[in-house]
Design a protein around this ligand. Structure first.
Ligand code: GDP
Ligand code: CA
Length: 337
């Protein structure tokens, strides 16, 4: 295998990619060439404009994580960050105050925004940013692609007794950061998704892959949005590559984030089996050939197999690069072994 494609969100996808690269570097992926190209198709529906800057949280999380610039404690943003810009903005009393723009991070958003305003599509801007973060370490081995160059934004409707309709719609980032996902998500809509075109290279990365991996990313607002880009599902249905996923739900709960709230809002059971069945088997109109669940969810395997999936249980906590590399190896084994 020379070409692997990963459909990634932010933190879950980025940590998985670290383990995948570690597995490759330590020869733990039988049949995969050591210099195989990894194409990361990344969710952009979390993107937002803030203080005139275009911010792409998932692209930046993957880029900073693989480029060793991430703050390891937070899992997002730059290491050794300072917050003078945020304090100065707060001193002017300008909104939003809930979105923390770090000083180092601001440089990334300035470069991105300038390039976008000069007319470059997000995919080309991303390649330019990755010249700093990925090329020195990986050369051409790791390619980061936004799922689309078009503007797509996930919005969440929440109950608001003060609003005339009894509801208020907020940007996904506001739901997650300001509201801490503490109120039920009534509806989740990714505005612009239906009309979005896949970014250059996205469909080719799926159709030309030797293996497609759905990492333990959020099934609704990360993987769900990538699958919603017109053409992506068809490319997955048609590719000759096996498609394997790993569950972000362990023991009936998300490991971090807000997947539980969002799965509930779309009527999917919050369980490893629930998410696997929601994605479904390619042989039955879904997107997966194999679905790996955590060892604690081993009892889900028969139901998944009955639904046409290859399924197995293995430890799925990304506690170290070694543990995550073992997950990547188990996923590969599930669909090729
Ligand atoms: P985000 O965009 O930053 O929210 O990141 P992703 O969408 O890529 O990943 C979020 C998902 O990763 C959440 O649903 C978590 O449950 C899942 N996740 C985080 N850490 C782990 C882990 O160690 N193991 C597993 N199986 N899932 C994890
Ligand atoms: Ca995200």
């Amino acid at each position: 295998m020379r070409a692997l494609t990963v459909l990634s969100g932010g933190i879950g996808g980025a940590r998985f990619l670290q383990g995948l690269l570690h597995a490759l570097d330590t020869g733990r992926l039988p049949g995969v060439e050591p210099d195989a190209v990894i194409t990361v198709v990344t969710n952009t529906a979390d993107d937002l404009w803030v203080h005139g800057l275009k911010v792409c949280p998932d692209l930046d999380t993957v880029m900073y994580t693989l480029g060793d610039g991430i703050d390891p404690g937070r899992g997002w943003g730059r290491r050794d960050e300072t917050w003078s810009v945020r304090e100065e903005l707060a001193a002017y009393g300008v909104e939003p105050t809930w979105f923390g723009l770090g000083d180092r991070d601001v440089a990334t958003h300035l470069v991105r925004t300038q390039m976008l305003e000069a007319g470059y599509p997000l995919s080309e801007v991303t390649t330019a940013l990755c010249r700093r973060w990925l090329t020195p370490t990986y050369g051409e081995r790791v390619r980061l692609l936004p799922m689309t160059d078009d503007r797509v934004e996930t919005h969440v409707a929440v109950a608001d007794p003060d609003a005339p309709s009894g509801k208020r719609v907020v940007h996904f980032q506001e739901y997650w950061i300001r509201l801490a996902a503490a109120v039920p998500a009534e509806t989740v809509v990714s505005v612009g998704l239906d009309e979005a075109a896949p970014a250059p290279g996205v469909l080719e990365a799926i159709s030309g892959a030797d293996l497609v991996i759905v990492p333990p990313s959020n099934p609704v607002v990360s993987v769900g949005t990538i699958l919603g880009v017109p053409g992506v599902r068809d490319a997955l249905a048609a590719t000759a590559a096996p498609v394997v996923g790993l569950s972000p739900i362990v023991g009936g709960q998300h490991v971090r984030g807000m997947a539980q709230q969002l799965l509930t809002s779309i009527g999917v059971e919050v369980s490893a089996a629930g998410v696997g069945l929601h994605y479904g088997a390619r042989s039955r109109g879904g997107v997966l050939d194999g679905w790996l669940v955590d060892s604690v969810d081993a009892d889900a395997v028969p139901a998944l197999e009955a639904a046409g999936l290859r399924a197995a249980a293995a430890p799925l906590m990304m506690t170290s690069a070694d543990a995550t590399a073992a997950m990547a190896a188990a996923a590969l084994d599930l669909v090729t072994g």
